[in-house]
Design a protein around this ligand. Structure first.
Ligand code: BGC
Length: 739
């Protein structure tokens, strides 16, 4: 009897142990797979193709009448741009109650840097070098979007961009794969959390797969030609980071890549994404990019285009309707297999189940108003916008400005432009929510006289406002001048061949500066600009990007030292368009630039170096980075080490420094960049405070794609560099041993 009890106890304990150790996530995933397969088995071909179709709603967030009918017949899988709890519920109700199989729709929307509360443009957010801030912004955006019935964002945009002519550089994290990967991971986590069925989370979409940012000559949608090495070293890593963070969907890009359009590319869509990386979510095409396969010259007709895209691995077709039109006949003609169609449907249903849409298809209309643009979200937007600001120059400590100043001239076309504060892709952001610099300064310093004058437009030939601007400057103690680009000069289809300040703005700055009054230049722009004259002649320059709903308050916080700026450039600022592409992690060449030797790699008419390097940014205080040490000067292959430095605030104010770790593989089986970012930390230090900053360098960070395209660590000498930007670095040597 006793032994029988014991056996029972052992069995019970074993059972408990097995249930506890069984990964809960995987059993719920198994259940999802069962439900997907059961549903798939009941679907007609038309219903299956319906799931593969996404259509665009209207700009105001409404759906089109046709969508109702399609939803009713089960011929629509998803919409984009339809938003608002009431509107999404109305359409969802049709799908869920009137269609035969009651499959819910998934509502997609471009929630790029905020839904209604708008955060800085992603390039600006990357300038915070603070992934936690990006995660927080994405988390707020997700909560607002989900409350408004949106399930799916077409973000993060994780395209590496080395060409600032390309307007979409504004939407990404700049030029560096490591910073880009950390930002990608942070944003995916922010949008999705650990379970995107949560009512304050949405499923993310890593886009644009892939190398869209490599568009030739920076012209949007242009051809790309990128070696597999550069794909793996530069363009893939942020996408891989998104997959590792559990991103639910991908978007295939517009560009053709090495002769094969990204929306019909089996190598990237299937071999790498599904084969190597085991991604099990779905891929949506970019807007009509399936149909565009004909213009690319890859497909002779619509059927061809559908076959190429679907069989390469694009599951959902955005806006064009070729899958629906042609997949049936392709199937009959055996040009497409049933399995290919089923797999695409399976992937889409899987994500719909993971979103919890079958159990909770509707948004709670009563909760929507309080979730959106509430005071906590607005406060976060102010905070994050201020963290994104980069101080580029501060001669004779013109900044910060004194709050007791009697009068301020606020000049420039961007000083009071609400629309421009939101940047491009501003979701459901409302112009009336945006705080301009004029408003921000007024509410911070209500007692100060502000002489505001626009001076000129962002991009026009007129100078008739100069006079008023000069008068304002002369009558004031100090001048702040806000210049740059309008929001629509970057973003999609917004490439520029010149990176100069557009219109007559530079002349305006020069004229105002000639008054002799202290002047601060506040830049607002979606990309690096060639601001050589300003860099040389203006005493203080603040790069503020497009700061979002709270831009004006955040900039005022920085100008008047309620926040000490600590951002750093996530992208190189060139001196001339002719230098492009110009990025810090370039190769050395056989003839690295040498001013004293003509036959080295440089220009006759412009310095080879950037105006401001990657990772650059100042503070109102000063920092000293010293005492670079490695835990070991030699490590075995696959070993790791700790890198430490001391960073000290030697100035008089509390402030943030971003300590950056770079390496160089001195000689390898393939040529390596002169520097590669491998770690960074944004630290806050009180005046006089000193901190040890520690990085762990692992074999993975020292590894390279060798000649056989295998990722491996090669023995030999490395340089380890730490500093405050990609040029001012302490350096020491590291040996990776053969064993
Ligand atoms: C853009 C995508 C975007 C899509 C839907 C396209 O034109 O390239 O980034 O997600 O439109 O709005």
């Amino acid at each position: 009897m006793k032994s029988a009890k014991l056996i029972c106890l052992v069995i019970l304990l074993a059972f408990l142990a097995s249930t506890l150790s069984a990964p809960v996530a995987s059993s719920s995933q198994d259940r999802i797979e069962q439900r997907v397969n059961a549903l798939l088995a009941r679907m007609t071909l038309e219903e299956k193709l319906g799931q593969l179709q996404q259509l665009d709603g209207e700009a105001n967030g409404n759906f089109r009448p046709e969508h109702l009918q399609m939803a009713r017949q089960g011929l629509l899988g998803s919409t984009l741009n339809v938003r608002g709890a009431q509107k999404t519920n109305q359409l969802q109700r049709i799908a869920v109650t009137e269609s035969r199989l009651k499959i819910p729709l998934i509502f997609g929307f471009d929630v790029i840097h905020g839904y209604r509360t708008i955060f800085p443009i992603p390039l600006g957010e990357a300038a915070s070098w603070d992934p936690a801030a990006a995660e927080r912004a994405a988390g707020i955006a997700a909560a607002e979007a989900r409350a408004a019935g949106v399930h799916w964002t077409f973000a993060p945009m994780v395209d590496i961009a080395r060409d600032p002519r390309w307007g979409r550089i504004t939407e990404g994290s700049g030029e560096d794969p490591y910073l880009g990967s950390l930002m990608a991971r942070a944003r995916v986590r922010g949008f999705q959390g650990s379970d995107y069925s949560a009512q304050d989370k949405i499923v993310a979409c890593a886009k644009h797969w892939v190398a869209y940012g490599a568009a030739e000559a920076g012209r949007d949608y242009n051809t790309t030609d990128v070696s597999e090495r550069t794909l793996r070293e530069v363009y893939f890593p942020p996408f891989k980071a998104a997959v590792d963070a559990g991103v639910g969907t991908f978007m295939s890009a517009f560009n053709d890549l090495n002769g094969v359009p990204s929306s019909a590319n089996p190598f990237t869509l299937t071999e790498v994404l599904r084969g190597e990386w085991k991604f099990d979510g779905f891929v949506v095409s970019d807007y009509t990019s399936v149909e565009e396969l004909m213009k690319h010259g890859l497909a002779t007709n619509g059927a061809d285009a559908a076959r190429e895209a679907l069989s390469a691995g694009v599951d959902m077709e955005m806006v064009s309707r070729l899958y629906n039109k042609h997949a049936g006949e392709l199937l009959k003609d055996r040009q497409l297999s049933q399995q290919t169609i089923d797999e695409a449907v399976r992937r889409i249903l899987r994500v719909k189940f993971r979103l919890g849409l079958f159990d909770k298809p509707y948004a709670d209309e009563a909760l929507e108003p309080a979730a959106i643009f509430n005071s906590a979200n607005v406060a976060a937007a102010r905070d994050i916008a201020a963290r994104s600001i980069v101080l580029l120059k501060n001669e004779r400590q013109v900044l910060p400005l004194d709050k007791t100043v009697r009068s301020i001239a606020l000049i420039g076309p961007l000083a009071d432009s609400r629309q421009d504060m939101l940047g491009s892709w501003n979701g459901d952001g409302k112009v009336e929510d945006a705080v301009t610099l004029l408003q921000g300064i007024k509410s911070k310093l209500p007692q100060v006289r502000i002489n505001y004058a626009k001076g000129c437009e962002v991009n026009s030939g007129k100078t008739d406002g100069f006079e008023e601007a000069l008068r304002a400057a002369r009558e004031s103690d100090v001048t702040i001048i806000a210049v740059g680009e309008s929001a629509d000069m970057s973003g999609e289809a917004a490439s520029r061949s010149s990176l100069d300040l557009p219109g007559r703005q530079l002349e305006l700055v020069k004229a105002v500066q000639a008054t002799g009054k202290p002047i601060v230049v506040v830049l607002m722009n979606g990309r690096p600009l060639t601001i050589n004259w300003l860099a040389e002649n203006s005493p203080a320059i603040l790069e503020t990007w497009f700061g979002g709903s709270q831009a004006g308050n955040a900039i005022a916080d920085v100008l008047f030292a309620d926040v000490n700026p600590g951002g750093k450039l996530p992208v190189t600022f060139p001196r001339a368009v002719g230098q492009i592409p110009l990025y810090y992690n370039h190769k050395n060449t056989g003839r690295p630039p040498d001013a004293k030797n003509k036959y080295t790699s440089k220009y006759l008419d412009v310095d080879w170096r950037p105006l401001f390097p990657f990772g650059y940014g100042l503070s109102y205080t000063q920092f000293k980075i010293t005492n670079l040490q490695l835990s070991a000067q030699r490590i075995p292959l696959n070993g790791k080490l700790t890198v430490t430095v001391e960073v000290e605030n030697t100035g008089k104010r509390a402030g943030d420094e971003v300590v950056q770790l770079y390496i160089r593989d001195v000689a390898a089986s393939v040529t390596r960049p002169v520097k590669e970012l491998k770690g960074f930390q944004r630290v806050t230090l009180q005046p006089g405070e000193k901190k040890r900053v520690e990085f762990v360098l692992t074999a993975e960070q020292l590894g390279i794609w060798n000649r056989q395209m295998r990722f491996t660590v090669e023995p030999g000498e490395f340089k380890v560099m730490v500093g405050a930007n990609s040029e001012d670095l302490l350096e020491t040597a590291l040996e990776v041993e053969k064993r």
